[in-house]
Ligand binder design. Structure first.
Ligand SMILES: [Zn+2]
Length: 63
């Protein structure tokens, strides 16, 4: 998996991400889950919003 794949996957194993409701919001970036990579309504703006949040959050996880 490349770096962008890692960013796309970050947070998607959080139970809040996988509740399966169309109105679910991502715990990482706050955008609708359906708009994420692999979601029902992929949206490139949401994809990049998630990547920006993930790239900032990942180093904090490792403090
Ligand atoms: Zn997100």
């Amino acid at each position: 998996m490349g770096i962008l794949g890692h960013l796309d996957a970050y947070g998607t194993d959080d139970p809040d991400f996988n509740e399966g409701h169309p109105e679910d919001r991502c715990p990482v970036c706050g955008a609708p889950v359906a708009g994420h990579v692999g979601g029902e309504l992929p949206d490139s703006r949401i994809k990049w919003q998630h990547r920006r949040h993930a790239v900032l959050a990942i180093p904090l996880d490792n403090l």
